[in-house]
Write a protein of this length. Structure first.
Ligand SMILES: Cc1cc2nc3c(=O)[nH]c(=O)nc-3n(C[C@H](O)[C@H](O)[C@H](O)COP(=O)(O)O)c2cc1C
Length: 367
């Protein structure tokens, strides 16, 4: 009803605000028997965390997961899995002034209009702190997908402002390189350029947008439910639900507009498809190719550069956003985008199993 939950068979409900005592989630529908320990969460939570470098917000959260239910002797029991992370480094004083006004580009004004009350501390529920729990829930999904189907979901930063990776093509992404720098950037030689770029932005009190790409490899053909539960439709919805996302592309995305049919269609041979403009999805169902998505993230709205707004009395003011903020929200968005893709795939995998388990493997199988 209030849209804090998503998924049909693998459902995730998140709760909590940026500066409340804790954030958490309840994951329901996870199959029993999956080995899960608190340590499993550390890797992806650290990838998403602030304060890993000077190029993100300097909030330092421990992000230690407490498993409150649904796991017995290290294995899921099939009952709801409740996860909790306590907030340990909130500085709410920075937001006293913000309670009196609305940041241009943020959710302050719309939350105020909708609810007539808001928690301004650190952006409250609209803070990207909430995405911590999506990443935590997706640790379970990623593990199950990898173990049961060999699916691997990985992303990288594919553009920051006007800078794009100097790669011959995305097939050449080396994920070792992506994980070796704080930008999730696939070309190590360009990292100093990015550092300079972000330093200059910070000095200027400004921010910039970004693009994140995600590939899910190993997805078998058949996942996705036409017509209202199409895999691409659910991916788009899940990815658009990430804070600051303003665009989603599947496969060739908006580049399809300028393509001819003879170019866009992915021709089929007995050894496999000859291209992947569809992004691994045809008719809302996975084709067995890599599922490829891309998201556009807007520039951070909380910036030091003065901007016009109004106060609670409706008077025009000029404001600068204080507090600790990301100069480019896309820098930390890669694990979040991966998480949303994994959560959608897990839900669709269970739905496919529920309806079509008896179908078995269908011939011919391409590739
Ligand atoms: C990883 C990540 C980090 C973010 N960090 C900030 C931040 O430091 N300051 C800020 O104003 N917005 C930040 N945002 C964006 C806001 O959460 C978002 O703009 C706000 O909730 C309004 O929602 P909308 O942009 O989707 O309309 C971040 C978003 C993401 C995905």
């Amino acid at each position: 009803m209030s849209s804090n939950s998503f998924g049909k068979l693998f459902t995730v409900t998140t709760f909590g605000e940026s500066h409340g005592p804790a954030i958490g989630c309840v994951v329901d529908g996870c199959p029993p028997g999956l080995e899960i320990a608190p340590e499993d969460f550390a890797g992806d939570l650290a990838r998403r965390a602030t304060g890993n470098s000077r190029y993100t917000s300097q909030r330092h959260e421990a992000d230690e997961v407490e498993i409150l239910s649904g796991v017995y002797e290290g294995r899921t029991t099939g009952t709801p899995i409740a996860l909790l992370i306590r907030n340990t480094d909130a500085r709410s004083k920075d937001y006293d002034e913000l309670a009196q006004t609305f940041r241009p580009g943020h959710a302050d004004y719309t939350y105020w209009q909708k609810y007539g009350i808001r928690d301004p501390r650190g952006g409250g529920r609209a803070s990207a702190r909430e995405t911590t729990m999506r990443v935590a829930a997706a640790v379970i999904a990623k593990k199950w997908l990898a173990e049961k189907s060999g699916v691997r979901v990985r992303g990288w930063l594919a553009q920051i402002g006007e800078i794009v990776p100097e790669l011959p093509d995305t097939a050449a992404v080396d994920f070792g390189t992506v994980e070796s720098n704080p930008f999730f950037w696939p070309v190590a030689a360009q990292v100093p350029q990015l550092e300079k770029y972000i330093d200059a932005l910070r000095k200027d009190g400004d921010s910039v947008g970004a693009r994140v790409n995600v590939i899910a490899a190993g997805v078998p053909p058949g996942w996705g439910e036409p017509v209202y539960g199409k895999l691409d439709a659910e991916l788009a919805s899940a990815l658009m639900s990430i804070n600051a996302v303003k665009g989603v592309e599947i496969g060739a995305g908006f580049a399809s507009v300028a393509q001819r049919g003879s170019e866009h269609r992915d021709e089929i041979t007995a050894r496999g498809f000859l291209s992947n403009h569809a992004g691994g999805i045809l008719g809302g169902i996975s084709s067995g190719q890599d599922v490829r998505v891309s998201i556009a993230l807007k520039p951070t709205s909380s910036i030091l550069k003065p901007g016009r707004s109004v106060n609670l009395a409706g008077e025009e003011i000029t404001m600068r956003s204080k507090g600790r903020h990301d100069p480019c929200v896309g820098i930390r968005a890669t694990p979040i985008a991966e998480a949303m893709v994994a959560l959608v795939l897990m839900d669709q995998a269970l739905r496919h199993r529920a309806q079509c388990a008896d179908v078995g493997e269908v011939r011919p199988r391409i590739g």
